[in-house]
Design a protein around this ligand. Structure first.
Ligand code: FE
Ligand code: ZN
Ligand code: FE
Ligand code: FE
Length: 172
């Protein structure tokens, strides 16, 4: 174990790497569960509020799905700090706490939320592909299910931005 800013990981097999990736996603999802209610409260657009609330419900199920993955791997569910998600959520908090015009603030919340969704899409896509390669087909299916939800959440935010929030925000 080296001393320093980053603790060193050791990867001797795809099993080690896969578990690391799942622990990172598990931490990320738990952080998102804490962040989404604040984003829903901060949103002014009823559509945007509802999108955040709906995705909170999905995210809680995504946490359960990862717990099923740990269980199928014969491991206890464990978080490993996702530094990137910490940072993305910190940027989201800046938008939550921002003052100014409510419509522009909604556009800012969407900007932060879509960064979060895209990061999740990258993480789940990689983990799903690892699971397929490792012959963990049921686990790959679980990860694909979440990946589909993240894609749909991102798409819904794009629609809300294009059809209403950005239009309103541009009137100021
Ligand atoms: Fe998620
Ligand atoms: Zn991460
Ligand atoms: Fe960049
Ligand atoms: Fe998500």
């Amino acid at each position: 174990m080296t001393m320093g800013l980053f603790s060193s990981k050791e990867f001797n097999s795809m099993d080690d790497l896969f578990l690391d990736q799942i622990q990172d996603l598990y931490d990320a999802e738990k952080r998102i569960c804490d962040a989404l209610p604040k984003m829903a409260d901060a949103a002014s657009s009823p559509q945007l509020k509802q999108a955040f609330r709906d995705h909170l419900q999905e995210t809680m199920e995504q946490v359960n799905r990862l717990e099923r993955v740990f269980n199928e791997l014969g491991k206890t569910a464990q978080r490993e700090t996702c530094e990137a998600m910490k940072g993305l959520i910190q940027e989201g908090e800046e938008m939550v706490n921002a003052g100014g015009d409510p419509d522009v603030k909604d556009a800012a919340l969407i900007a932060a939320a879509q960064r979060i969704e895209h990061y999740e899409i990258a993480g789940y896509g990689t983990a799903r592909t690892f699971a397929q390669r490792m012959g963990l087909h049921h686990i790959a299916d679980l990860l694909q299910e979440t990946l589909n939800e993240e894609g749909a959440a991102d798409h819904r935010l794009t629609d809300i931005a294009e059809q209403s929030v950005n239009v309103q925000a541009s009137h100021h």
